[in-house]
Write a protein that binds this ligand. Structure first.
Ligand SMILES: *Cc1c(COP(=O)(O)O)cnc(C)c1O
Length: 640
C-alpha cells in the first residue's frame, strides 16, 4: 500500500465519530452524523431526509438569539407517539387481542404549553389523551385536549375542587377517570358525584408487591407511598357494591416507577396486576380498562442492557409482552380483554429536545516544561521526584506512581513545616505532573492497567467551560448522575484529540458533566476537539425532553434558556415554529421577590451620590446606569 493511500484509509471519518459517541446506538434512528461531520436529525422512515443541527444553530443566531438554546424537534415527539401506537396496533393484530390501546401523556413529564399543544394536536389522530396529577394539570388537560375520544386520567390526591372539575368535565363529555390513590378519596368522590348528579368513572391505583430496579422505581413495592393495598381495594369494592355502584369501577391502575430497565420487572408487575384485574371482574366491577402507568424506558447510553440508563427491550418487545401477559392471565378465566392504557412520558418526549451550548474557555492540565536539571542544593525529595521521572516505563508504572505520590506528600509536609520554600514546592509540583503525564502516556502501552491508575485520565483531563447551567437544564445529571448523550454537533469528520470534563458557568463545583457514554461504556471524560481561536465550538446534550425542564432550578440565578421549536418537512427543509426568549436577569430576580424597578432606583441613588462626591461625572453616571439597565434586561447566560 502506498503511504498516501494508507493515510487516506487511516484518516478519521464521520463514521468513526458516530461509533465513538454511540449516536447510532442511542439515537433510535432519529440522529446520525453526515459525511461532512455534522450531527443531523432524520425524523422520517426515509433516512435520506436530514437536517443539520449546526445549520439550525446558524438560523437561531441569525434570528438574534444567543446560546444556550433548547431545541425542540416536533417531528420526534410525533414519531414517538406514532411508534407507540403502531407497535401496540401490530401486537394487538398479531395476537388477536380483543381490546384496543389508549395512550395518555403524563403532563408532569413536560408541562410546557407548546409540548402539550403538539401532543394533543398530533395525538388526536390516535386519541392520545393526558394524565393529570394535580389541579393545575387537570385544568391544562380539560382545556387543551382536542379529541373527544381521548382520555383524561386523574391521579394524585384530589380535593373537592379537583373532583368537581373532573366531574364537570365528565358532564360535558370528556372521558375522565378518577383514580383513587387513597381509600379516603372514595367518600368525597361519592358525595360530590351524588350532589352534582354526575356518574363518575372510577379507577383504583394498586400498590404492587412487585418491585423493579432502576433509579425511579420506588413507586412500586409494598412500601410505595401511593395506591391501595389489597384489603383497601376490597373495602372500596364493598362500599361500591353497597351503594350499587360497582358499574362505576372501571379501571385498574398501577405505576411501577419511571425508566424501568428490565423487561422482566415489567412482566412481573403486569402479571400481578392482571390477576387483580381478573378478580375485580369476578367481584362484579364493570372494569374494561387496565392502566399500566409509565416506566417505558429510554436507552440513554445505547447499551441495550439492564442498566439504570438503558433498557433490555424495545418498544415492540414491550408491546408484545404486555399483550401476551394480559392474554395469558385473562384467557384462563375467560375474561374479556380490557382496553390497555399506558402513561408513557419519558419514552414519548425524551428524544424531542436537545440542549445546545457553546464553549467559552478551557483549562489544560498539561505538565509545564521542566528546567534543564534542578539546582544542586534542591531538597532530597525533589531530587527523588526527578529520579522517578527518569525511570517511568510500562514495567514499573505502578511503582513510579506510588513513589510520585509519596514524595509529593512528603514535599507538602516539609513545606507546611517551613522546611521547604515556595519555589521548591513549585518545582516539585511541576516534576510531579510531568511524572503523571508520562505514566498516562506509558499506560496506553499496557494490556492490563492497574486499577489504581484509573483516575489518571480524568485528573489530566481538560476542562471546557460551557455556556449553560447543569442545575437549570440537566438537573438529573447533577442530582442522580443520570447519563445523557453529549457530543459536538459539528467537526465530526475530524478526530477529537482532547480528553475533557464539561463545566457549566455556575462556578459551583457540582456544576459539571463527568459521566459520558463512549464506545458503549461509561467514562468520566469526553473526547472533544481542540478549540480554535475565533471559532465557536458547539456541543449538544441529547434526549433531554423528559423531566429536565421543570425540575431545573435557578441556581446562581441562571434562568430558563431560549427555546426554539422546529418542524422538519419531507423536503428536508425546516420551519421555525416557535421561538421563546429565555429569562432576562430582571425576570429571575423577580422570581426571588426583587423588584427590578426598586433595584434600579436604589442604584440610581448610589450613582447620584457618586456625582455629588465628584467620583463620577454626570455623563459617566448616565453610562453606568445604562449598563445597569442593559444588565437587567439581558440574558442570564454569557452573551458574546
Ligand atoms: C411519572 C409518572 C408517569 C410517567 O412515567 P414515565 O416513566 O415517564 O413514562 C406515569 N404515571 C404516573 C402515575 C407517574 O407518576
Amino acid at each position: 500500500m502506498t503511504k498516501v493511500k494508507k493515510e487516506m484509509l487511516d484518516r478519521w471519518k464521520a463514521d468513526d465519530s458516530a461509533e465513538l459517541y454511540g449516536i447510532r446506538r442511542w439515537g433510535a434512528g432519529y440522529f446520525d452524523v453526515s459525511k461532512n461531520g455534522d450531527v443531523v436529525v432524520t425524523p422520517f422512515a426515509d433516512k435520506s431526509i436530514s437536517v443539520s443541527i449546526k445549520e439550525i444553530i446558524n438560523g437561531v443566531l441569525e434570528r438574534g438569539m444567543d446560546m444556550p438554546v433548547l431545541l425542540r424537534i416536533e417531528n420526534l415527539l410525533d414519531a414517538q407517539i406514532e411508534n407507540l401506537h403502531k407497535s401496540f396496533a401490530d401486537s394487538i393484530k398479531k395476537f388477536g387481542y380483543q381490546g384496543n390501546y389508549m395512550g395518555v401523556f403524563p403532563i408532569k413529564v413536560n408541562q410546557q404549553q407548546h409540548v402539550i399543544d403538539e401532543m394533543t394536536n398530533f395525538g388526536s389522530k390516535y386519541h392520545h389523551g393526558l394524565e393529570a396529577g394535580s389541579k393545575a394539570e387537570l385544568i391544562v388537560a380539560i382545556s387543551m385536549l382536542q379529541d373527544e375520544e381521548s382520555f383524561i386520567i386523574c391521579n394524585g390526591y384530589k380535593d373537592e375542587e379537583f373532583m368537581d372539575l373532573g366531574l364537570y368535565a365528565t358532564k360535558i363529555g370528556i372521558q375522565c377517570f378518577f383514580v383513587l390513590e387513597m381509600p379516603g378519596e372514595l367518600d368525597l368522590l361519592l358525595k360530590r358525584s351524588s350532589e352534582l348528579q354526575i356518574s363518575p368513572s372510577i379507577g383504583v391505583r394498586l400498590k404492587l408487591s412487585s418491585k423493579a430496579g432502576g433509579h425511579w422505581s420506588d413507586s412500586g413495592g409494598d412500601r410505595s407511598i401511593f395506591g391501595l393495598n389489597t384489603s383497601q381495594l376490597i373495602q372500596v369494592v364493598d362500599k361500591l357494591r353497597e351503594k350499587n355502584m360497582l358499574g362505576c369501577l372501571k379501571l385498574l391502575h398501577y405505576h411501577l416507577g419511571s425508566q424501568i430497565p428490565n423487561i422482566r420487572d415489567i412482566r412481573a408487575a403486569l402479571f400481578e396486576a392482571s390477576r387483580v384485574y381478573a378478580d375485580l371482574v369476578t367481584e362484579g366491577a364493570a372494569m374494561g380498562y387496565l392502566d399500566l402507568g409509565g416506566g417505558l424506558a429510554v436507552d440513554y447510553d445505547g447499551s441495550k442492557a439492564n442498566y439504570q440508563n438503558s433498557m433490555n427491550y424495545s418498544i415492540d418487545e414491550y408491546c408484545v409482552d404486555v399483550i401476551e401477559v394480559i392474554m395469558n392471565t385473562l384467557d384462563e378465566k375467560s375474561i374479556r380483554h380490557p382496553v390497555i392504557v399506558t402513561e408513557s412520558g419519558r419514552a414519548t418526549v425524551a428524544y424531542s429536545s436537545v440542549l445546545l451550548f457553546n464553549v467559552l474557555d478551557q483549562t489544560r492540565f498539561e505538565a509545564q516544561e521542566l528546567p534543564n536539571g534542578i539546582p544542586d542544593d534542591s531538597h532530597e525529595f525533589v531530587k527523588n521526584l526527578m529520579e522517578t521521572l527518569k525511570y517511568v516505563s510500562p514495567k514499573n508504572i505502578q511503582e513510579c506512581f506510588n513513589d510520585a505520590l509519596y514524595y509529593r506528600d512528603e514535599v507538602m509536609q516539609k513545606f507546611k513545616h517551613g522546611d521547604l520554600s515556595l519555589r521548591e514546592r513549585s518545582l516539585a509540583e511541576t516534576i510531579f505532573w510531568n511524572i503523571i503525564n508520562a505514566i498516562a502516556r506509558e499506560k496506553k502501552k499496557l494490556k492490563n492497567i492497574p486499577a489504581a491508575l484509573d483516575g489518571i485520565d480524568s485528573a489530566l483531563a481538560d476542562i471546557y467551560y460551557c455556556n449553560f447551567s447543569v442545575f437549570q437544564s440537566l438537573p438529573d445529571s447533577w442530582a442522580i448522575g443520570h447519563i445523557f448523550p453529549v457530543l459536538p454537533v459539528h467537526h465530526l469528520n475530524e478526530e477529537p484529540t482532547r480528553n475533557v470534563i464539561i463545566a457549566d458557568i455556575t462556578c459551583d463545583c457540582d456544576g459539571k458533566i463527568n459521566h459520558f457514554t463512549s464506545y458503549g461504556d461509561i467514562k468520566d471524560t469526553l473526547p472533544l476537539h481542540e478549540l480554535k481561536d475565533n471559532e465557536e465550538y458547539y456541543i449538544g446534550v441529547f434526549l433531554v425532553g423528559a423531566y429536565q425542564e421543570t425540575l431545573g432550578d435557578l441556581h446562581n440565578l441562571m434562568g430558563d434558556t431560549n427555546v426554539v421549536s422546529v418542524s422538519i418537512n419531507t423536503k428536508g427543509d425546516y420551519d421555525f415554529v416557535r421561538e421563546i426568549e429565555g429569562d432576562s436577569v430582571a425576570d429571575v430576580l423577580s422570581y426571588v421577590e426583587y423588584q427590578p424597578k426598586t433595584l434600579l432606583e436604589q442604584f440610581r441613588e448610589k450613582a447620584e451620590k457618586g456625582v455629588r462626591s465628584k467620583k463620577i461625572t454626570v455623563s459617566e453616571r448616565r453610562k453606568i446606569l445604562t449598563a445597569f439597565e442593559n444588565g437587567l434586561n439581558g440574558y442570564t447566560y454569557f452573551e458574546r
